[in-house]
Design a protein around this ligand. Structure first.
Ligand SMILES: Cc1cc2nc3c(=O)[nH]c(=O)nc-3n(C[C@H](O)[C@H](O)[C@H](O)COP(=O)(O)O)c2cc1C
Length: 219
């Protein structure tokens, strides 16, 4: 093992940035090509994976990996922002979209027959805690974290959000995301610099404690 690891430093330096803009005066559509996001997703897609997803999820997107990524570029973010404002959304989501360069809706794919959805509200999904579902979530999470790290290394500021209204049926329907998928995170990618924004850190950023607070040798 080398004495220092660039990857380790990169992992340790990653932080959450919640960047709020003004929906009434959003930053203009930028020239960052969609291919930049696709390249980052291609790399993040090498996350570890155990079980193949249930066949019910195989369609036009035919990969057996238990996650899916729905991509919005700057224009897509602004279109969604305007849609939400028109629908009367008074949460922070429109402000988060006002500055985002990309939004990636990352879902995980539960096994067929294991979801007992509630009313479609943002926290209403109930699913069976089978080992396979747990490992589907774990793999999708590994993918999401890989995306954060790749984007961070490419100079984006990132925010993994539970999604609020972005995980609800109305937004899923609007974006054409199948109901049988469950959001694991709305991943906001922000440009390194953005004017007229409010930047908030993650609330748990300073609360991890020391290494011995969450690890111990058992041998
Ligand atoms: C599964 C998951 C969901 C999260 N959802 C939210 C969220 O809804 N709102 C929020 O402010 N932060 C959310 N976060 C980000 C955390 O607040 C952040 O990672 C934490 O405060 C630690 O800060 P750091 O990422 O800068 O180290 C989420 C993180 C994870 C892993």
């Amino acid at each position: 093992m080398t004495e220092t690891s660039n990857t380790g430093e990169q992992v340790a330096a990653r932080r959450t940035y919640k960047i709020l803009g003004n929906p009434a005066d959003p930053a203009p559509v930028s020239a960052i090509p969609d291919a930049v996001l696709d390249e980052m997703l291609q790399q993040a897609g090498n996350a570890p994976v155990h079980y193949a997803c249930d066949r019910v999820h195989l369609g036009k997107m035919a990969s057996p990996v238990p996650w899916r990524a729905y991509k919005l570029n700057r224009k897509g973010c602004l279109d969604l922002m305007n849609h939400l404002v028109r629908e009367g959304d008074v949460t922070k989501v429109p402000a988060l979209l006002a500055t985002a360069q990309f939004l990636v809706q990352v879902t995980w794919l539960p096994d067929e027959g294991t979801v007992h959805a509630g009313d479609g509200g943002k926290h209403a999904v109930v699913f069976d805690g089978t080992l396979r579902n747990m490992e589907h979530i774990a793999a999708a999470s590994a993918f999401a974290q890989s995306l954060l790290l790749v984007a961070d290394a490419c100079g984006f500021r990132t925010y993994w959000s539970s999604g609020g209204g972005l995980r609800g049926k109305a937004v899923f329907d609007h974006l054409g995301i199948p109901d049988r998928e469950i959001l694991i995170g709305s991943i906001f990618l922000y440009p390194a610099e953005a004017a007229n924004t409010e930047v908030k850190p993650g609330s748990m950023a300073e609360r991890r404690g020391k290494l011995e607070d969450w690890s111990r040798w058992t041998g």
